[in-house]
Design a protein around this ligand. Structure first.
Ligand code: DNO
Length: 397
């Protein structure tokens, strides 16, 4: 049997201000990093000289800049408002500048207003490490009684409203502030932070944008930028919604297999591709992850590996990478099969990790501590190698 291909190991790095250094990442066993120019305001062009400077910094630690995560899509594009043309022109220029610097893959998402969302950033596990968690009642308590969103009452059942009220009543003032900060201050990589009033104001821009409109805006955006990406030899990989369902009455259109199929088919191109994130998609019990890898295998160009544990009332927390609701063995087996078929090594990163050991005493970016991710990467690599060798009779290319 011929030999196959292994994933390219990377870790996310938030740039020179990240408490995790490039050398930490290299020592964790990564070949490269995934990063972004977080200092460039959302919607502006990424200057060529800044991209080049970042690239040489990464290379000076013996690493490669494998993937950009993310070039954010400006709100004016998601709502298709007056400024969208300027922001699309800027986005295209950023694509060109990244391509001119040798970048080949760009991640983005199309989640309205908020990027990934959690309610608790210090959820203590049985081994006293800390995980990120989404608690449904805390989320609805925030929506109904802190944000006091117009029309929110219509989005919940009577039982949910009762639970949210009692959750809110049990929270101290400090807990309410922390909850607000967790949801609105922007988790790492989110690029936007809101107060109650700016958030409420931004929500208004979506009064006329339901899921059909949002999807139409996504397709229009792709029709504008994909030809530029094709010319530049760039793959645009869309990241799924996290969590994969609407929040705060905002539509989300990259949550299921049907959603992904629609967007990939709407603008068929070698540049219209997918970032397969098991942690985001795995929160829905109706997403069959190994089946989705099989189905979209030819269109996946970046992989986030992480697992969650959900319960019946809509809570979930981030589990150990090899534990939880994601069948990581089956997912990696399918990934190895598609890489062997396509004869490529797809970049992957261990998505998030627990705060553990020394990281418990350090300042960290939530989800992105060094040791938790190092553990995740080590476990995932080992699992991959084990499956690989059993498939390819020990041959490694
Ligand atoms: C969270 C990340 C997301 C992701 C963006 C992609 O940990 O997976 O912030 O980078 O949604 O655009």
């Amino acid at each position: 049997m011929e030999s196959g291909f292994l994933m390219r190991q990377t870790m996310r790095w938030f740039g020179p201000a990240d408490p995790v250094s490039l050398w930490d990442i290299r020592q964790a066993g990564s070949a490269g990093v995934v990063t972004a120019l977080h200092h460039v305001p959302n919607g502006e062009v990424w200057p060529l000289k800044d991209i080049k400077k970042r690239k040489s910094l990464i290379e000076s630690a013996g690493l490669t800049w494998e993937v950009v995560e993310s070039v954010p899509v400006h709100e004016s594009i998601k709502t298709w408002q007056k400024d969208s043309n300027r922001h699309i022109a800027n986005y295209k220029q950023t694509i060109k500048n990244l391509a001119a610097s040798g970048i080949r893959t760009i991640t983005y998402n199309f989640m309205p207003v908020l990027d990934w969302t959690r309610t608790d950033l210090n959820f203590e596990l049985a081994d006293r490490s800390k995980a990120l968690r989404f608690e449904r009642d805390a989320y609805s308590a925030f929506d109904l009684y802190i944000l006091k969103r117009v029309g929110a009452l219509n989005d919940y059942s009577r039982a949910e409203i009762k639970r949210a009220k009692s959750r809110f009543d049990r929270m101290s003032a400090v807990e309410r502030k922390t909850l607000q900060r967790n949801i609105l201050a922007g988790l790492p990589g989110s690029e936007e932070a809101f107060s109650i009033s700016t958030f409420s104001h931004t929500l208004k821009n979506y009064e006329m944008v339901d899921s059909t409109r949002l999807r139409a805006h996504l397709v229009r955006f792709l029709e504008c930028i994909i030809p530029e990406a094709e010319r530049a030899g760039i793959k645009m990989v869309i990241h799924p919604d996290d969590p994969p369902y609407p929040l705060f009455g905002l539509p989300r259109v990259v949550s299921t297999s049907e959603d992904i199929e629609l967007l990939l088919n709407a603008v068929p191109s070698q540049s219209n591709r997918l970032c397969f994130c098991t942690g985001s998609l795995g929160v829905r019990a109706d997403n069959d992850l190994p089946g989705m890898v099989r189905k979209f295998g030819d269109q996946i160009d970046f992989i986030h590996l992480r697992s969650t544990i959900r319960n019946g009332v809509g809570d979930f927390f981030e589990a150990d990478h090899l534990d939880g609701d994601v069948d990581m063995f089956a997912v990696i087996r399918e990934i190895l099969a598609i890489m062997s078929k396509r004869k490529v090594c797809i970049p992957m990163r261990p998505d998030h990790g627990h705060q553990m050991l020394d990281d418990l005493r350090k300042k960290i970016n939530p989800g992105y501590s060094a040791i938790g991710r190092l553990r995740g990467l080590a476990e995932l690599r080992g699992l991959e190698m084990g499956i690989y060798k059993s498939i390819f009779n020990g041959a490694v290319s």
